[in-house]
Ligand binder design. Structure first.
Ligand code: BGC
Length: 257
């Protein structure tokens, strides 16, 4: 099945047509910088531009960096507060005249890795962690996603983990790789205490530099770098949409009006 996957991030909004069986991009990726501030209406315009670029009329799978339930955003850690309570799915469906499925960005990346990447066939408890501006988490139990875990916002030693151990924190504070890995060790140790995972998959842009920090990690469970890197969000969103959008009624379209 071909689905248009769209990945909404803090600096760019990227889209590509995905062959969901192969987990491959069927056409070259198209990127537009994220509007600033990234208010719902402005982001929806960019999503529509991406759909137009591909002359797309089929289903769309879309990531968003927040808690997403039935298409509605319930948090706004690194995005504009006006997203809280916004039905992103309805907004994008209206803007694109397509059926849209929206899910959390880390959940989407996890779906891609579990289907076709580092987590393929993995049983037990698997964590996908995306280390970037924020810390995104996706938890899988025997291959099934437990959505919206948001474990980057856990409190550890009296402080929130995300602003202390994200890749942004590493860059902002100029932390050496070893020092940053030490922070990740404290965080992963806590996740192991809580959930006894069987595998950690590390994604986000920094996973390309895995050789710099993965050797310092001392978890009980194995830690591996994500395999799909930049495209995991786009591919995962499309795969997730393929399982649900086909069953939804077509969106009432702007094009029809
Ligand atoms: C958000 C998550 C998101 C993560 C990565 C966090 O700040 O709360 O929803 O998955 O950043 O983008």
């Amino acid at each position: 099945m071909e689905i248009l996957g769209i990945d909404i991030g803090g600096s760019g909004i990227k889209g590509a047509v995905v062959d969901t069986e192969k987990g491959e991009l069927s056409a070259e990726r198209y990127r537009i910088p994220t509007p600033q501030p990234a208010k719902p209406k402005d982001v929806a315009k960019v999503v529509a531009k991406i759909a137009c670029h591909f002359d797309w009329q089929g289903a769309i799978g879309c990531t968003f960096p927040a808690v997403i339930k039935q298409g509605v955003a319930y948090s706004a850690a690194n995005v504009d507060n006006s997203w809280i309570g916004t039905n992103a799915e309805a907004l994008f469906a209206k803007a694109t005249a397509c059926s849209v499925h929206v899910l959390n960005d880390a959940d989407a990346a996890g779906v891609a890795e579990m289907s076709l990447g580092a987590g393929r066939g993995q049983k037990g408890v698997v964590f996908m962690l995306t280390l970037g501006t924020g810390i995104g988490t996706a938890m899988f139990v025997d291959g099934r996603l437990v959505p919206n875990t948001e474990l980057g916002h856990l409190e550890l030693n009296g402080r929130e983990v995300e602003p202390w151990a994200s890749d942004k924190a590493r860059k902002d504070k100029g932390l050496a790789w070893k020092k940053w890995a030490g922070r990740l060790n404290s965080y992963f140790d806590y996740l192991e205490f809580l959930f006894s995972p069987d595998l950690f998959i590390i994604g986000g842009g920094v996973s390309k530099k895995g050789d710099k920090f993965l050797p310092y990690l001392k978890t009980q469970a194995p830690v591996v770098a994500a395999q799909m890197l930049n495209e995991a969000g786009i591919i995962g969103a499309a795969i997730a949409a393929a399982t649900v959008v086909g069953h939804k009624a077509p969106a009432k379209t702007l094009r029809e009006k």
